[in-house]
Design a protein around this ligand. Structure first.
Ligand code: NAD
Ligand code: TYD
Length: 340
C-alpha cells in the first residue's frame, strides 16, 4: 500500500511514521507537512533514510500542490493528522484553525474522490463532544454522543468530522474517523500540559496550572493511539467512528504532582494562573467499540506511560532545547503575560 500521512512531522503523526515505517517495509509512507511552528523534521530523523519513506513539504489546503501530489503518487490510503492543534492558540487566533482543520480536509477529500483511494482516515479528538461534569464520573463519551464543541479548535475539528460524514454519505467516499483522548509521549511540543510541566520542572521554573487545576483529562500514551489508527485503517469499516481512550482520568493538578514526584522537584513550583476561557471540565472516553470490534487494547497505563515519557525527555534534551531556544520562548512570554 502507498499511504499518505499528512501532519507527519508533528507529535502524533511523527510517532505514527516512526513506528509504522519499520513495521511495514512492504508499504510506502509519504508525509505531507507544512512545517508550521508545530512541525519538526528532527522528529523524523529515524526514518528519513528509510527506503519506504519520503517527505514532502506543503499545506493540505494548497489545492494545486495536493492535486499534483495525488496525480503523481496514486495513494491507496490517506491518514489526516495535519491540524492546528492547540486550544489556547485557537482562542487567540481562530482563523487559521478553520482554514487548516476544515478547508484542508475538504481539499484532501476532493483529491481522494478525484483520484480514488481505498480509505480516507480523519484523526479527530474527544473534544468534539464538548465536556462532561466533574461530579458525574459515571458519564463517558460514546460514538453517538452529540457533537458540542467549546473552543474554536474543537469546533473546527467537529466541523471536519461532519464534512467527512457528508462526503461518505453523499459521494460514497470510503472514510473512517477516530476520536482519541489527550495523548502524551515522546516528541510532544512543549506548549502542551505534560511536556511543558516536564521541561519547566527540570529547569526549576514555576508551573502554570490554569484555575484550580481541577479539570480532568483522559490520558493515552501516544503509541497506543498510533496502533489504534493503524488497526482502523487496516480493519475498520467504512463510514464508522471509533472512540479511543484507556480510562486514565486525572485532574491537571494530579498530573503535575505526579511529574514533580517522578522528577524529585518540590510542589512549591506549582503556580495557579488565570483560567482558560471556556475551559472544558472533563473528558472521558468509552473505547468499548474499538476494543470489541477490532480487538484494540492499550499497552500502557498512565503510571507506566508517564515514566517512559519522562525518561524520554531526560534522554532527549536537545530535541526540546531546540524548540525552547526558538520561537517557543517568545510564544511563552506572550501567552502567559496576562495570566500572572
Ligand atoms: P501537532 O500540532 O503536534 O502537529 C500537527 C502537524 O500538522 C505539524 O507537523 C504541523 O506542521 C502540521 N500542519 C499544520 N498545519 C498544516 C497544514 N495546513 N498542512 C500540512 N501540515 C500542517 O498536533 P498533534 O498533537 O500531533 O495532533 C495530530 C492530530 O491529532 C490533530 O488532528 C489533532 O486534532 C488530533 N488529536 C490530538 C490529540 C492530542 O492530545 N495531541 C488528541 C486527539 C486528537
Ligand atoms: P492541553 O495540553 O493544552 O490539552 P487540551 O486543552 O487539548 O486538553 O491542556 C491539558 C489541560 O491542562 C487543560 O485542562 C488545560 C491545562 N493546562 C494548564 O493548566 N496549564 C498550562 O500551561 C497548559 C498548557 C494547559
Amino acid at each position: 500500500m502507498k499511504i499518505l500521512v499528512t501532519g507527519g512531522a508533528g507529535f502524533i503523526g511523527g510517532n505514527f511514521v516512526l513506528n509504522m515505517v519499520p513495521r511495514y517495509p512492504e508499504d510506502e509512507y509519504v508525509v505531507l507537512d507544512a512545517l508550521t511552528y508545530a512541525g519538526n523534521l528532527e522528529t523524523l530523523a529515524g526514518v528519513m533514510e528509510a527506503p519506504n519513506f519520503r517527505f514532502v513539504k506543503g499545506r493540505i489546503q494548497d489545492r494545486k500542490l495536493v492535486d499534483e501530489l495525488f496525480a503523481r503518487e496514486h495513494f491507496d490510503v490517506v491518514i489526516n493528522f495535519a491540524a492546528e492543534s492547540h486550544v489556547d492558540r485557537s482562542v487567540e487566533d481562530p482563523g487559521i484553525f478553520l482554514d487548516t482543520n476544515i478547508m484542508g480536509v475538504q481539499v484532501l477529500m476532493d483529491a481522494c474522490r478525484k483520484y480514488g483511494i481505498k480509505r480516507f482516515h480523519q484523526v479527530s479528538t474527544d473534544e468534539v463532544y464538548g465536556d462532561l461534569p466533574l461530579d458525574r464520573p459515571d458519564l463517558l463519551f460514546h460514538e453517538d454522543t452529540p457533537l458540542k464543541a467549546s473552543s474554536p479548535y474543537s469546533a473546527s475539528k467537529a466541523s471536519a468530522d461532519l464534512l467527512v460524514n457528508a462526503y461518505h454519505r453523499t459521494f460514497g467516499l470510503p472514510a473512517t474517523i477516530s476520536r482519541c483522548s489527550n495523548n502524551y509521549g515522546p516528541y510532544h511540543h512543549p506548549e502542551k500540559l505534560i511536556p511543558l510541566m516536564i521541561s519547566r520542572a527540570l529547569a526549576n521554573e514555576s508551573l502554570p496550572v490554569y484555575g484550580e487545576g481541577r479539570n480532568v483529562r483522559d490520558w493515552l500514551y501516544v503509541t497506543d493511539h498510533c496502533n489504534a489508527i493503524d488497526l482502523i485503517v487496516r480493519k475498520g469499516k467504512d463510514g464508522e467512528v471509533y472512540n479511543i481512550g484507556g480510562h486514565n482520568e486525572y485532574s491537571n493538578l494530579e498530573v503535575v504532582k505526579i511529574i514533580l514526584k517522578e522528577l524529585d522537584r518540590p510542589e512549591s513550583l506549582i503556580h495557579f494562573v488565570k483560567d482558560r476561557p471556556g475551559h472544558d471540565l472533563r473528558y472521558a472516553m468509552d473505547p468499548t467499540k474499538i476494543e470489541t470490534e477490532l480487538g484494540w487494547k492499550p499497552e500502557y497505563t498512565f503510571a507506566t506511560g508517564i515514566r517512559k515519557t519522562i525518561e524520554w525527555y531526560l534522554e532527549n534534551r536537545p530535541w526540546y532545547d531546540h524548540i525552547l531556544n526558538g520561537d517557543y520562548r517568545k510564544y511563552y512570554a506572550e501567552m502567559y503575560k496576562e495570566r500572572k
